[in-house]
Design a protein around this ligand. Structure first.
Ligand SMILES: [Zn+2]
Length: 186
């Protein structure tokens, strides 16, 4: 399921549920998380000009929404540790392939190539296991909301409830303000 939470409610915490976005389970850990917007599709064309122009455009256009205490469940913590461990092992195989290259003889080239491929897989795995990426949330391109395209149904329900509560509190606050204003007028 997908859901978009207004950025202001992510930043002040009122729109953040008590369950994780990925598994819909109760939070055992809360961490500060920055949600970034995805680069626009056309920006990838800049890769033809090199990595630097692409990176500059991505950095300039990127919107960031920070949550102070994002919820992570036990499974999230496990997934984080797994991906980090396996990823680092794969990355560590690259220098080992360099050491073994002489002993491998003719197969040395293949060995190093394999080392590079596994290292890239390892890097991707480590980055996919970071607490920033695990919730699979992305700031919208205008920065007004954080989208969760693959949120757990339980998370969606909890986020909707949090939104309704935040909206109610805001309405009550606004009514209070108007009331105070009215009294001042009298
Ligand atoms: Zn989880």
């Amino acid at each position: 399921m997908s859901i978009a939470i207004p950025s202001s409610l992510v930043q002040n915490g009122t729109g953040i549920p008590d369950v994780c976005a990925r598994h819909g389970e109760a939070a055992v850990l809360r961490k500060s998380v920055k949600f970034w917007s995805k680069p626009p599709a056309w920006s990838y064309l800049l890769l033809l000009l090199g990595a630097l122009p692409f990176l500059i455009v991505v950095m300039v256009l990127r919107k960031e929404v920070q949550a102070q205490a994002w919820p992570f469940c036990e499974q999230c913590v496990k997934l984080h540790k797994q991906r980090l461990t396996i990823g680092l092992i794969l990355v560590a195989l690259l220098p080992i392939s360099f050491v073994l290259v002489n002993a491998a003889g003719d197969a040395g080239g293949v060995l190093v190539l394999l080392g590079f491929v596994l290292a890239i897989v390892g890097f991707v795995l480590v980055s996919r296991g970071t607490y920033r990426v695990l919730p699979w949330g992305f700031a919208s391109r205008d920065g007004s909301a954080v989208d969760f395209p693959k949120a757990h149904p339980q998370f969606v329900t909890a986020a909707q409830a949090a939104y309704a509560q935040a909206a109610q509190q805001y309405a009550a606050w606004q009514a209070g303000q108007q009331g105070a204003y009215g009294q001042q007028q009298m």
